[in-house]
Design a protein around this ligand. Structure first.
Ligand code: C5P
Length: 283
């Protein structure tokens, strides 16, 4: 019997980098929330001890480089499963966009295999396994709204944001997270105020939330890709609030309270940018 798992995208309400680690990664503090832009994943067991990935995408490989493949492989090895699985990924989340598309697919595979093979493994264990696949996978295992610390593997749940709309605009480029992290000058970062942002979430204060979104990677990506700055300017011109680049980019989002205003900004951005989405925060 086939099983379906939804894999929602995330946006970074904040992304702070605290220090560089000896393992080449950085200690971060990222406040993330899920949005209702999602890949859909169908899974079923197969007799032979193999992992088959099927997806229609020009940009994502369907072999062992795919994070969903890595997740299934890690899961099978960790729990000694000798069965195989077919995984069909219907992609809606843009790739290399800063929206956690690959990570959320991997997380959905971990949750899905847990159900498919009735193993009842706690989410904490799936998140720990997810950390071996990618830094954003542990957050994606839980979803909702949380702060991720350490390399991304320490997850603390947070209150969900006040109800609002999100306009996402992605220029026609893909950004390598590794490249952006390589360029960080740790002494020159202007850090977002995560405490104020957490307080805003706690009190469902939309304006305080918008005033405190922040991403230390934004300036680095903007320098390399000026089209990201142009999207930010265009959104600001249209009166958008809470405008920020997500992850290492290049997707820029705006948080908007009223649906009519969100629709207007969405329409304005559509003429300007390749890929534009109007979605809600799932929180
Ligand atoms: O973990 P993931 O493979 O998604 O990370 C991609 C790249 O981003 C890493 O190779 C690393 O260069 C950088 N990164 C980092 N610190 C983190 C997360 C990612 O330096 N906490």
């Amino acid at each position: 019997m086939a099983l379906f798992e939804k894999a929602p995208a995330k946006i970074n309400l904040s992304l702070d980098v605290l220090s560089k680690r000896d393992d080449g990664y950085h200690n971060v503090e990222m406040i993330m929330t899920t949005i209702d832009l999602a890949d859909r994943i169908k899974m079923y067991s197969i007799e032979s001890d193999r992992i088959e990935i099927y997806l229609e995408s020009r940009f994502v490989p369907s072999d062992e480089r795919n994070l969903a493949y890595k997740a299934a492989d890690a899961f099978k090895k960790k729990y000694g499963i000798k069965k195989g699985v077919h995984i069909h990924i219907e992609k809606s989340i843009p790739v290399s966009a800063g929206l956690g598309g690959g990570s959320t697919d991997a997380a959905a595979v971990l949750r899905g295999l847990n159900r498919l093979w009735s193993l009842n493994i706690p989410l904490e264990d799936l998140a720990a396994l997810g950390a071996t696949i990618g830094s954003d996978v542990p957050f994606c295992v839980y979803g909702n709204t949380a702060i991720a610390k350490g390399r991304g593997e320490i997850i603390e749940k947070l209150a969900s944001p006040p109800s609002c709309w999100v306009v996402l605009a992605k220029p026609d480029i893909g950004v390598s997270t590794w490249t952006i992290f390589q360029r960080i000058n740790i002494d020159k970062l202007s850090h977002p105020n995560n405490d104020a942002l957490i307080d805003a979430l706690h009190h469902k204060n939309f304006f305080k939330m918008c005033a405190n979104v922040g991403n230390v990677l934004e300036d680095i990506t903007l320098t390399i890709y000026p089209e990201v700055q142009r999207i930010k300017d265009k959104m600001a011109e249209a009166g958008a609030t809470g405008v920020l680049m997500s992850g290492s980019g290049p997707t820029v989002y705006s948080l908007i309270e009223q649906q009519s205003k969100a629709q207007r900004i969405y329409n304005g951005m559509r003429g300007f940018c390749e890929e534009v989405y109007l979605v809600r925060i799932l929180g």
